[in-house]
Design a protein around this ligand. Structure first.
Ligand code: C5P
Length: 417
């Protein structure tokens, strides 16, 4: 189930100070179960030592173009062909120029000429070098040759300057690599996802909310992006930044989430909606425009609450009315319950009329708000009752996206009765 387990990654290392970040990339790849083959250029070895690379990769460093092959050792062509990915980090201006020219004057560029599978380059250089027409020309040339790029990012550089040229961070590089290799079962699909809590304001300083961390929806957005979908993420107030590449729609209140969801969905651009947000069921009937002052009210106050619209039910109802005019769309809801989860979930599926409902009991061990794991039971109107084991939320998301992709790509299932 672990994505990197058993994958083989050649990590090319050019001669730039950002090579120190590549050590972290190698460490994380190894930790995730990948086999890493470091291939530094001679200049790269001025920035990181062979011993460091060998220790982190847990195997030999390949650095020489001309050396005799020992029995059982792979030659360079075999090496270049066998790997699942060639990652070049940092990719310097000089390396880009040599790659674009098709030179093969060291082991790394030779491997790249023999390479037929995916190559991901993480450039790092001084901002003036990056924006130089020669580098930009080489970039265009390498992109048209099928090389993928991640970064460079903007910010302060090791050389003291500020601008675009800083190598992407290890987590960003690894995510880009993963997306490059992942099967694209949702390519060309567009998914709308709601996540996180909503806040219902009493006055300018106070609100009613809930414990939702937004993690489940965040992981689902990430999983959808990895499989090639375009993702619109309607995110309530949470601490996390959105996953790389998602179109973010920040919202605060349930009404805002309702309006944004309905407006987007009614554009008929989406293949699916996955509503994981913990929407507040009620909001204060009157929002005070000034802070409620202790001294100015009686000792007890009564809050009058009014129900919020149900986004999931409204979206399903609208879709059933308009289904004939467009492509079939799938709506998935989540139901966080506290005890008797299956029966409550079955009733909710009928009430809200979504296509699939993922039920979880938030009082079960490992399933509470903010936890990194979840155990869900997936139900539909055709009798599906699939109880998944307790899994990291990343894997729950991956399985849910695989189910969605299967249903979208096999549109034989009947709509809800
Ligand atoms: O009724 P309950 O809150 O348990 O329903 C959960 C499901 O309904 C989730 O998918 C949630 O995002 C959605 N929901 C909604 N709008 C509401 C309340 C819940 O979309 N006002």
């Amino acid at each position: 189930m672990n994505f990197w387990q058993g994958k083989q990654v050649i990590v090319g290392i050019g001669g730039g100070i950002a090579a120190y970040k590549t050590l972290e990339v190698i460490r994380r790849l190894k930790e995730a179960g990948a086999a890493v083959i470091p291939v530094p250029t001679p200049a790269g070895l001025h920035f990181v030592t062979e011993l460091t690379l060998q220790s982190l990769a847990g195997g030999p460093v390949h650095k020489e173009l001309l050396h005799s092959i020992k029995p059982g050792e792979m030659d360079h062509i075999q090496l270049a062909r066998k790997a699942d990915l060639v990652l070049i980090a940092p990719t310097t201006a000089d390396l880009m120029a040599r790659m674009a020219a098709g030179q093969a004057d060291d082991l790394l560029t030779t491997l790249l000429l023999a390479r037929q599978g995916p190559v991901l380059a993480a450039p790092a250089m001084n901002p003036a070098m990056w924006s130089h027409p020669a580098t930009q020309r080489n970039l265009a040339c390498l992109q048209s040759d099928g090389i993928h790029f991640i970064g460079p990012e903007s910010g302060s550089m090791a050389c003291g300057e500020t601008g675009t040229g800083r190598m992407a961070e290890p987590a960003t590089i690894l995510e880009a690599a993963r997306r490059l290799l992942a099967p694209k079962s949702l390519a060309g699909r567009r998914i709308l996802i709601t996540a996180g809590p909503t806040r219902e304001e009493l006055d300018p300083v106070r609100f009613i909310s809930n414990h939702s961390s937004g993690k489940m929806g965040w992981e689902i957005a990430q999983a959808a992006l990895r499989t090639g979908a375009q993702v619109d993420l309607l995110l309530g107030p949470v601490a996390m930044p959105p996953p790389l590449g998602a179109t973010l729609w920040p919202v605060v209140s349930a009404i805002e989430m309702f309006d944004t969801t309905m407006n987007l969905w009614q554009k008929n651009l989406y293949d699916a909606a996955i509503l994981t947000a913990a929407v507040a069921d009620y909001r204060p009937e009157h929002r005070q425009t000034k802070k409620i002052k202790k001294g100015e009210i009686p000792t007890e106050i009564t809050l009058l609450l009014t129900p919020n619209p149900d986004i999931l039910a409204s979206l399903s109802a609208w879709t059933r009315e308009h289904q004939t005019h467009g492509k079939p769309r799938i709506i998935i809801g989540f139901a966080a319950e506290t005890g008797d989860a299956l029966n409550k979930g079955l009733a909710k599926l009928i009430r809200k009329q979504c296509d699939l409902l993922a039920i979880n009991d938030v009082t079960a061990p490992g399933c509470g708000f903010g936890s990194d794991t979840n155990a869900i039971t997936l139900i539909d109107h055709h009798g599906l009752q699939e109880a998944w084991p307790l899994l990291p939320k990343e894997q729950v998301a991956q399985r849910l996206i695989a189910t969605l992709a299967h249903r979208l790509n096999t549109p034989t299932l009947e709509p809800p009765p």
